[in-house]
Design a protein around this ligand. Structure first.
Ligand SMILES: Nc1ncnc2c1ncn2[C@@H]1O[C@H](COP(=O)(O)OP(=O)(O)O)[C@@H](O)[C@H]1O
Ligand SMILES: N[C@@H](CCOP(=O)(O)O)C(=O)O
Length: 713
C-alpha cells in the first residue's frame, strides 16, 4: 500500500519591516504520512484516523473535524463535492515545529491540509490554486507562500471584486466545518476566488543562517493581530517601506552588509504594539548589534512572536546564548535552533509500504538497505570508471574482483607489487557542510597514490570503499566521479569498490570513505628510499602543496569553530572563496612528475607529507645515520596556513608536526642532479624549492631552522 509523504517547511514571516509581506521558509519540516487503505468503511469519524508525534502532541486534537490539518483538507474536499475522506485515510503527523511561537506552524498545517485533499481527492490542483485555498484560511500570505513555494518570498493580495471580497472575508467558522458543527456543516462551503495572492522569490545569500530563540510560551497569531491598530501615520509607513525595499535586496547580496541589514530590519508597524505580549521584547531586540556581536546581521520578531529571529553569518552560539540570557532576566526559558533557508517548499513523495502479509517476512530494504539504490549507483558511475581504463585494465566494474593484466600493463617480468590503503579523515565533514561531493574522491586517491609513488611504484589499480547510513545515489556518484578523476591524474584504473549502506552506524547525510591502491616496481629498478645511496650533503627539494591536503582537519575545524566562522563564510585568508570552498581544494597528486624524475634515477628518496607534517614524515625516508635540516625561509607558507597558525595560536613545532606548511613532497637528490631533477619536475608543472640538506644524525632526525619567519607578517 503506497504512503504519500508530504513535507512542509516552517516559516518566519515579516523579517522586521515586511509585515504580512515577506516570508522565509526554514528547514524544520512538518511531515505528514498519508495512507488510504481503500477498505469499504471506517469506524473513524469522516473515515480519518489521525496519529501525531511532535510538539504539543498531547494538546493537538486527533479528530478529523477539529484538527487544523484535516479540517483544512475537509474544506478543500467539500469545495469539490467530496464530503468525507476516502475510507480509511490514515494521517500520521510528525511535527517538530513548535505551535503558536511565530514559526508558521499553522501555515504549515494549512498547506499540508490542502495537499492532503489534493492527494486523496485526486484534485490535480495547481500550486497557484492551492495558494488560494490556503489564503481562505490564513489570511496573511507571507507564511503560506513561503511554506508552499519555499525560499525567501515577497507576497501581495490582489484587490478583489466586491463579491469576492465578501467571500474572502467570510469568517473562518463559516468557511470550515466548525469543530462542533457535525457532518453537515460546510457542505457547500464558499469556493475561494481565483488568484487571491501573488508571490515572488528574492535571492538569499547562502552565508546567512537563522538563529531562532524560541520562548517556552505561546502567542496566538490571532491575538497578536488584535493588538495592532487599524491605521498608521504616514511617517511610520514610510519608515517601513524604506527599509523593506532595501532589505529584500540586501539579504541576497554576498557577502551581506551588516550595517545595512541591521537598520533595514527595524519596524514600526507591528513589533512596538506586540511588546505587551512578549516581556522585555524591545530591550531584547536592542541588546545585540553587529558591533557588540560580530557576525550578527539583524534581529526581529519572527512572525507574530514570541520567537526572536536573529540573522547571522557567524558567532551563532554566542549570539544565541546572549539572547537566551536576556529572556532569562524576564524569567522566560527558551530553546534555540540554528535554521537555514529551505529552498524547496512543500514536497510530495511516495513510498511503497510492505503489504500486511509481507510485514511479517522482513526484507533487507525494510531494514534500511536498498539493493536497488546500490544498483542505480553502479549504473551511474559506469562512465566514470570506464574513463580510467589503462593498458591491462578495462575500467569495467561489476565483477566480484577487479582484474589487471600485468603483462599488458608493461611488466613482462614479474614486478614487485606495492599496496597502500588510506582514508580522508574528517575532510569529508566539510564536503557534507558544503554539499559538495565531487572532490573528496580526488583526495582519497591522492592519499594512496602519493604513498605508492614515493616508493618508486607506478599506481596501476584502485578500489574505493564508501560507507553511509542511507545511500544518496547522487552524492555517491559525485564522490566516485572524484575518485575517477584522481585515478585519471595518476594513471590507475578504477577496477572496483564497495558501497556499504549501514543504517544506524553513520549520521543521516554523512559518509566515510577509504581506498586502496596497488602499484608495481619493475624488477631491477630501485625501490625507494635508497638508504645506501644517501649521503651527508644531499639536497632536500620540496614540491609545493595545493593547501591543507587531507590531514589535520580535526584541528582545522576546531580553529574555524573557535573563530566563529561558518564554512559558507568568506575565507579570511582568501576573499575570493568561502572557507569551505578553499578547504576542499583537492590534494595534489604528484605521481606523473615523480615517476618521470625517479625513472631517470634522479631521486634517492621521497617523503609524502601527510599526518605528522614535515617533522614526522621526512625521517621516514632517511637511514638512522642521517637527519634532515630544513630552512623555513626557503619556501612560501600558503595564506591558509598563516591564518590557521595565527588563529589557532599554534606553536612552531606543533605547526610543522601537523601540517605540510606548503610542501606536499620532500625529495632527497644528490647535489649534481638537483638541476636536472628540478627541470623535469618543473616541466610537469611542479613548483620546486631547495629547502635543505642531509646532515649527520645526532639527537634530532629533522630540524627546521628559522621557524620564526612563520610568525612575521
Ligand atoms: N500540526 C498541527 N496540527 C493541528 N493544529 C495545528 C498544527 N499546527 C498548528 N496548529 C494550530 O495552529 C495554532 C498555532 O497557530 P498560530 O497562532 O498561527 O501560530 P504559529 O505562529 O505557530 O503559526 C496552534 O495552537 C494549533 O491550534
Ligand atoms: N504577518 C503575520 C505573520 C504571522 O506569523 P506566525 O508564524 O506568527 O503565524 C503577523 O505578523 O501577524
Amino acid at each position: 500500500m503506497p504512503t504519500t509523504v508530504i513535507k512542509v517547511p516552517s516559516s518566519s514571516a515579516n523579517i522586521g519591516p515586511g509585515f504580512d509581506v515577506i516570508g522565509l521558509a526554514l528547514n524544520l519540516y512538518l511531515e505528514v504520512q498519508l495512507t488510504v487503505t481503500k477498505q469499504d468503511a471506517s469506524t473513524y469519524p469522516l473515515n480519518c484516523r489521525i496519529t501525531y508525534e511532535g510538539d504539543n502532541a498531547s494538546s493537538v486534537p486527533l479528530v478529523a473535524q477539529d484538527n487544523l490539518i484535516t479540517r483544512t483538507a475537509l474544506y478543500v474536499l467539500r469545495c469539490h463535492g467530496i464530503r468525507a475522506f476516502p475510507p480509511e485515510t490514515h494521517v500520521h503527523v510528525i511535527n517538530p515545529i513548535p505551535l503558536g511561537r511565530g514559526l508558521g506552524s499553522s501555515a504549515a498545517a494549512v498547506v499540508a491540509g490542502v495537499q492532503i485533499a489534493n492527494e486523496v481527492g485526486n484534485l490535480q490542483l495547481s500550486k497557484a490554486r492551492m495558494l488560494d485555498y490556503c489564503l481562505m484560511e490564513e489570511r496573511h500570505p507571507d507564511n503560506v507562500a513561503a511554506a508552499l513555494y519555499g525560499g525567501f518570498v515577497g507576497t501581495y493580495l490582489n484587490e478583489l471584486s466586491p463579491e469576492d471580497t465578501e467571500r474572502l472575508e467570510i469568517p473562518l467558522s463559516e468557511v470550515l466545518p466548525e469543530p462542533a458543527g457535525g457532518v453537515d456543516t460546510g457542505l457547500q462551503p464558499p469556493q475561494p476566488p481565483q488568484n487571491i495572492g501573488h508571490y515572488t522569490k528574492f535571492n538569499w545569500s547562502p552565508e546567512i543562517k537563522c538563529i531562532c530563540i524560541i520562548p517556552q510560551f505561546e502567542v496566538s497569531t490571532a491575538k497578536a493581530r488584535e493588538v495592532l491598530p487599524d491605521s498608521y501615520s504616514r511617517k511610520d509607513i514610510v519608515f517601513n517601506m524604506q527599509r523593506l525595499a532595501v532589505l529584500t535586496t540586501a539579504l541576497g547580496q554576498s557577502p551581506p552588509d551588516p550595517g545595512m541589514i541591521y537598520t533595514a530590519m527595524q519596524d514600526k508597524i507591528h513589533q512596538p504594539y506586540r511588546r505587551g505580549l512578549i516581556p522585555g521584547l524591545t530591550e531584547i531586540l536592542q541588546s545585540v548589534t553587529p558591533e557588540s556581536h560580530p557576525g550578527l546581521l539583524g534581529i526581529c520578531l519572527s512572525g507574530a512572536g514570541p520567537t526572536i529571529l536573529a540573522l547571522a553569518t557567524a558567532n551563532f552560539d554566542a549570539i544565541a546564548n546572549h539572547l537566551v540570557s536576556q529572556f532569562k532576566k524576564e524569567e522566560i526559558t527558551c530553546d534555540w535552533k540554528l535554521l537555514e533557508l529551505a529552498k524547496e517548499g512543500t514536497t510530495v513523495s511516495q513510498f511503497q509500504q510492505p503489504t500486511p502479509q509481507l510485514e511479517e517476512s522482513m526484507t533487507y530494504a525494510s531494514s534500511g538497505v536498498s539493493i536497488d539504490a546500490g544498483n542505480d549507483l553502479v549504473k551511474a558511475i559506469k562512465a566514470y570508471t570506464a574513463g580510467t581504463r589503462r593498458p591491462g585494465a578495462d575500467g569495467k566494474i561489476g565483477g566480484f574482483g577487479g582484474l589487471l593484466d600485468l603483462e599488458a600493463a608493461g611488466y613482462k617480468e614479474s614486478p614487485i607489487l606495492v599496496g597502500a590503503i588510506d582514508g580522508i579523515g574528517t575532510k569529508v565533514k566539510i564536503a557534507f557542510e558544503m554539499d559538495k561531493h565531487d572532490t573528496v574522491g580526488i583526495d582519497l586517491v591522492a592519499m594512496n597514490v602519493n604513498d605508492l609513488v614515493v616508493q618508486g611504484a607506478e599506481p596501476l589499480m584502485f578500489l574505493d570503499y564508501y560507507a553511509c547510513s542511507k545511500l544518496s545515489v547522487q552524492n555517491a556518484a559525485k564522490f566516485v566521479e572524484g575518485v575517477a578523476n584522481g585515478c585519471k591524474q595518476s594513471g590507475a584504473a578504477l577496477v572496483g569498490g564497495e558501497t556499504a549502506e549501514m543504517p544506524g552506524i553513520y549520521k543521516d547525510g554523512e559518509y566515510d570513505a577509504g581506498g586502496c591502491a596497488i602499484g608495481a616496481i619493475k624488477r631491477g629498478t630501485a625501490i625507494l628510499p635508497d638508504f645506501s645511496a644517501m649521503a651527508e650533503g644531499d639536497v632536500l627539494l620540496g614540491l609545493a602543496s595545493s593547501g591543507v591536503h587531507s590531514n589535520g582537519f580535526s584541528l582545522v575545524r576546531k580553529i574555524i569553530e573557535k573563530k566563529g566562522l561558518g564554512f559558507h563564510d568568506t575565507a579570511p585568508w582568501d576573499q575570493s572563496r568561502t572557507v569551505g570552498e578553499n578547504l576542499l581544494t583537492p590534494t595534489r597528486i604528484y605521481v606523473k612528475p615523480l615517476l618521470a624524475a625517479s625513472r631517470k634515477g634522479l631521486v634517492k628518496g621521497m617523503a609524502h607529507i601527510t599526518g605528522g607534517g614535515l617533522s614526522e614524515n621526512i625521517p621516514r625516508m632517511l637511514p638512522d645515520t642521517l637527519a634532515a635540516e630544513l630552512d623555513a625561509r626557503a619556501w612560501p607558507v600558503p595564506d591558509v596556513f598563516k591564518w590557521l597558525k595565527e588563529a589557532g595560536r599554534l606553536e612552531d613545532s606543533e605547526f610543522c608536526r601537523t601540517f605540510n606548511t606548503g610542501l606536499g613532497m620532500v625529495l632527497v637528490v644528490s647535489e649534481e642532479k638537483v638541476r636536472q631533477a628540478t627541470e623535469i619536475l618543473q616541466e610537469h608543472g611542479e613548483q620546486v624549492y631547495r629547502v635543505g640538506s642531509l646532515v649527520k644524525r645526532t639527537a634530532e632526525d629533522c630540524t627546521v631552522l628559522n621557524m620564526d619567519v612563520w610568525n612575521l607578517r
